[in-house]
Ligand binder design. Sequence first.
Ligand code: AMP
Length: 308
Amino acid sequence: MSKLLIVGTVAFDAIETPFGKTDKILGGAATYIGLSASNFNVDSAIVSVVGEDFPQEYLDMLASRNIDISGIEIVKGGKTFFWSGKYHNDMNSRDTLATELNVLADFNPVVPQNYKDSEIVMLGNLHPGVQMSVINQMDVKPKLIVLDTMNFWMDCAWDDLLAVIKKVDVITINDEEARQLSKEYSLVKAAQKIHEMGPKYVVIKKGEHGALIFNDGNIFFAPALPLEEVFDPTGAGDTFAGGFSGFLAQHENISFESMKNAIIYGSNLASFCVEKFGTQRMETLTEAEITERLEQFKKLTQFEIEVN
Ligand code: AMP
């Protein structure tokens, strides 16, 4: 079984959408990535940090999904990373109300010895210096390194971010962030500029409008499934990244062709994430539900047309 090493935040989130508001609930990039990747036949582990205030039941839930949590450090007397956000009426845009780094501010990640040979490394959203440290601790060069990031790190750790982007094979980023990173409005031009920064594959997420993958002049597009109800988009990007990297970890062959399927799997899983607040939907997701929705995806995108 392939190993998938995940790094990212494990957090408390407080979320406000037009449908309601939560107190502090379980969140974090690595949490969503791990839950999403747990739907594949892979051996995955999370490297992260939490404070003493973090409930044991959340860690138990991750472990119950067969995620190795030995790389999640618990800092005595420390407070867990906290993020709070508010969605606008269209749910496509949100304002960050608070980002409290807490234990993340002094985090030195330690990759568990038995994951230093992971085939796939999924660098979820967190300080780019921490992402770089994880790459440097690998004993064997991974088959694929995937990086996700956000505007927060572009604003406060630009040089570190550019340094780690140089080292990765794939970057997954949303459209607004791709524009901020490349200083280009056109996503095609943005992808070209980002290629030049290092990654061979550039995945641009467009929320309810799907995702694009660019590689060496090739472009492929996966739609997002049109849903009747979207309660909370938090974690959709990370769930996408978990599906993308989980799918690739399960497959021997890594190419543009397999990445096309990986972004379909990522979009499929993200479509569940948004149906309930926080991680709720991902915690109960079954294989049968995933398969059924994949069929819907197929129907949504297949057509026959003759091109003369
Ligand atoms: P997404 O909706 O996929 O962009 O991810 C939302 C998750 O990212 C939330 O669960 C937050 O805890 C986490 N998050 C928010 N801001 C940051 C940040 N600056 N660094 C790392 N993780 C973050």
